[in-house]
Write a protein that binds this ligand. Structure first.
Ligand SMILES: Nc1ncnc2c1ncn2[C@@H]1O[C@H](COP(=O)(O)OP(=O)(O)OP(=O)(O)O)[C@@H](O)[C@H]1O
Length: 286
């Protein structure tokens, strides 16, 4: 019997108006010949929280960079709100990216760091002040406006990095393993806060992670990828708890949570097996 989520996924022509991101048969081969992605089809709808989960090297970051417009597909195409990225730069359709490193300017205070993208857009100071204050409040850093990055813990630096992204009021937030370097307790706390922020805003999130637990806790859907070449092998909606249900600490130890972890763990085992077989296959060719 197929695992849940192993059926059809990809373009759903009837629902394009609601599609924030769509990857249609996207391939990526880097200049050194590495085939990072093969025929990826993926649609992401408005308001979804989608995690990309998969073994190292399966192309999660490559796909996210293409979603951010930082890399071009070698074949196929990506659409943002049904269009090319160059034509969607309207104020109500914006995207922001958060990386694994907080990438804060060390010589600037928290408030100056968070204000930077707005200054680059030449936003009037009265408006940027409101946005910066709102963003810092959302991430719980409103009492640390004047602190410098070196005075903040790793978790707080990441909060500042998220605030910098949120200050642009993005519709689409792309996050590349933002909490991977944090201890588990801090990571769980940031996951909970991120989920709350997402649930309160009109925000679509694509989140790269290695962690099954993090993916299940955060997501409305988890896309599992395999390597050599990178591709989507499963697309699993996380429907528990039911509509409006809270994902609190109790959810983390619930039978539903464990059930989803088991499904994703089985897919990852499959992805890793294919990875090893692919490796053996590659080796046989050398
Ligand atoms: N700029 C590049 N030039 C050549 N090869 C690259 C480049 N960036 C990534 N790759 C290769 O493409 C493949 C996919 O890499 P990518 O970083 O997207 O995977 P990932 O799933 O995000 O991995 P990880 O979980 O380890 O971050 C890997 O084999 C990687 O070595």
């Amino acid at each position: 019997m197929p695992l849940p989520g192993s059926g059809e996924y990809g373009a759903d022509a009837a629902d394009l108006s609601n599609t924030v991101l769509s990857a249609n048969r996207v391939e990526k081969t880097y200049r050194n010949g590495t085939r990072a992605l093969d025929e990826v089809r993926l649609d992401i709808k408005r308001g979804e929280f989608v995690s990309l989960l998969g073994p190292s090297g399966c192309g999660k970051s490559t796909l996210l960079k293409m979603f951010a417009g930082l890399e071009e597909p070698s074949h196929g195409h990506i659409r943002w709100w049904g269009k090319n990225l160059a034509t969607v730069g309207t104020p109500d359709r914006t995207l922001a990216m958060v990386f694994q490193e907080a990438t804060l300017m060390p010589w600037a205070s928290v408030v100056q760091n968070v204000r930077l993208p707005l200054e680059l857009k030449h936003m009037p100071r009265t408006e940027s002040d409101v946005r910066v204050r709102d963003a810092l409040k959302l991430v719980g850093l409103d009492r640390f406006e004047d602190a410098y990055p070196r005075e903040l813990s790793g978790g707080m630096q990441m909060r500042a990095s998220i605030a910098r992204a949120l200050a642009t009021r993005p519709n689409l937030l792309l996050m590349d393993e933002p909490f991977g370097a944090l201890d588990e307790f801090t990571r769980n706390k940031l996951d909970a806060d991120l989920r709350k922020i997402w649930s309160q805003q009109d925000l679509t999130v694509v989140f790269v992670t290695h962690s099954i637990y993090e993916a299940v806790y955060l997501s409305s859907r988890v896309v599992v990828m395999a390597a050599r070449p990178g591709r989507v092998i499963a697309d699993v909606p996380i429907e528990a708890p039911g509509a409006g249900g809270m994902r609190d600490d109790a959810f983390r130890i619930s039978p539903e949570f464990m059930g989803y972890c088991k499904i994703l763990s089985d897919y990852l085992t499959l992805a890793n097996q294919e990875n090893q077989e692919g490796g053996a296959h590659d080796a046989a060719h050398h």
